[in-house]
Write a protein that binds this ligand. Sequence first.
Ligand code: MBD
Ligand code: FE
Length: 251
Amino acid sequence: MPMESEQLEAVVMDIVAGIRDAIIKHHVTVDQYRFAVDYLGRLADARELPLLLDVFLNVAAVDAENEVTKGSPQAIQGPYYREDAPAVTDRLKTLDHDNERPLVVRGQVRDIDGSVLPGAEVDIWHSTPTGKYSGFHDNIPVDYYRGKLTSDSEGAYRVATTAPVPYQIPNQGYTGALLEAMGRHSWRPAHVHFKVRKPGFKTVTTQVYFEGGQWVDSDCCSGVRDDLVRRTTQEDGVDTLTVDFVLDRAA
Ligand code: MBD
Ligand code: FE
C-alpha cells in the first residue's frame, strides 16, 4: 500500500540526507557520482535492483515490523519469491541430483492465543543443491523447490524436500561485483524461506538457517537472528527441520 504523502516526504528526504551526508563525508567526486549513476542504470537494466536493495535494506523493513508484531519473527524475503509456485501436498519437486540430501520440513501454525490454525497457506521455497532458485536461474521450472502447503485440522504441515546449500549472490553480476569491490564476500548461509498466510491474520514472511552452517555468522544480507537458527532432528533417519508459526491478527 502506498504511503501518505507526509510520510513519503519525510522518508525520501531522510534517505536523501543520508546519501548526501555520505557523499560529503567521503569526498565523493563528481566523476565518482556519475559512475555510480551509470552503474545503477546498468544494474537496473540487468534486473538486479531487487537483489541490490534486498541485500542492503530488506532487513531494515523487517526489523521495523518485528518491533510491533506479536507473531513469529519476520525475516527477509529476498528477490526470489514466486507467487505462482504450485500447490503441493507432501513433497517439493526436485531435480534428483546425486548430491541431494533429503530434508523434511514440518511444523504447526497457531494464533497468538495458542489456538491451532487449520487452512493456513504455508508457502515454502529454497535453493537447489547447486545454489540456484527455480524460476530465476538456469531455466529451472518454477514448480521445482517451491510449493504451497495448507495446514491441516491440527494446524500442522509437513513436506519432504532436499537440503538447501549456502547461496552465493552471482558474482558475475552487478550486485556481487559491488560486494567484491567493497572487499566483502557474497555468500548467504543455507536457508529455507516461508510465507505463511491466512485471511484475517498478518502474513509471516520469514526464513530459517541451520545451526552451525557455513556463513551463519557472516550473512552478506545481515539477515540472521538467533531466533531464526534451527538445529535439525533425525526422524525415521531423515534430517527434519521443525518450524512453527504464530500468526498475529491483521490490523
Ligand atoms: C537470497 O536467496 C535471499 O534469500 C536474499 C534475502 C537475498 C539474496 C538471495
Ligand atoms: Fe534465499
